[in-house]
Ligand binder design. Sequence first.
Ligand SMILES: Nc1ncnc2c1ncn2[C@@H]1O[C@H](COP(=O)(O)OP(=O)(O)OP(=O)(O)O)[C@@H](O)[C@H]1O
Ligand SMILES: O=C(O)C1=C[C@@H](O)[C@@H](O)[C@H](O)C1
Ligand SMILES: [Mg+2]
Length: 184
Amino acid sequence: MESNSKIVALVGLPGSGKSTVGRHLSKRWGIPFIDSDHEIEARTGGPVRDFFAAHGEAAFRDLEQAVIAQLCADNGQARILATGGGAVLREANRQVLHQHCHVFYLKASPEELYQRLRNDKTRPLLQVDDPALRLRELFEARDALYAEIAHYVIDSARLSSHQLLHRVAMQAEMAGIVPARAQP
Ligand SMILES: Nc1ncnc2c1ncn2[C@@H]1O[C@H](COP(=O)(O)OP(=O)(O)OP(=O)(O)O)[C@@H](O)[C@H]1O
Ligand SMILES: O=C(O)C1=C[C@@H](O)[C@@H](O)[C@H](O)C1
Ligand SMILES: [Mg+2]
């Protein structure tokens, strides 16, 4: 990875805490938080699930790849980036993330994710008859891909979201990726 990179990328399954941790780190460090799904929504003018339904997954993945390449381009600006849960499925995304960002894999078991998300109706991938099974399948298919690109694996088992945030912040600050800042 480029040693002067100031991009912290958060990867992991739906519910792993990317948005929660990303928002808090953004406040703590005073740098922007960008979510690739939100960037795509800003460009297409509607929710990701509508784009999926209208154009299919392959078209979504093409757009996602283009967006991630742009978000990882070095412009000297420090930032926190969360990627859509499926971004690691493409080799090109794995390469660009690993090379240009400090990648943190927020790892959680499918059982734990199910407990967090069981009442959530906003995640399209989980609106199926058996969301617990779906999470197990996603974990099986993706855990090794997240781990492959990660510079840091943060296991969130038995951590509250506050403790998880603290772990990521400490790791990044100790590694000198961002200057340590007093919490607002
Ligand atoms: N370590 C944790 N312990 C308990 N709950 C957590 C933890 N991390 C996140 N949560 C809760 O789980 C839910 C999902 O978290 P969040 O939206 O941050 O996940 P995400 O990785 O951004 O998911 P997605 O990929 O779908 O955008 C939130 O309600 C959040 O408060
Ligand atoms: O895990 C996935 O494949 C996805 C996760 C979301 O973040 C979105 O990017 C989209 O719904 C696909
Ligand atoms: Mg999110």
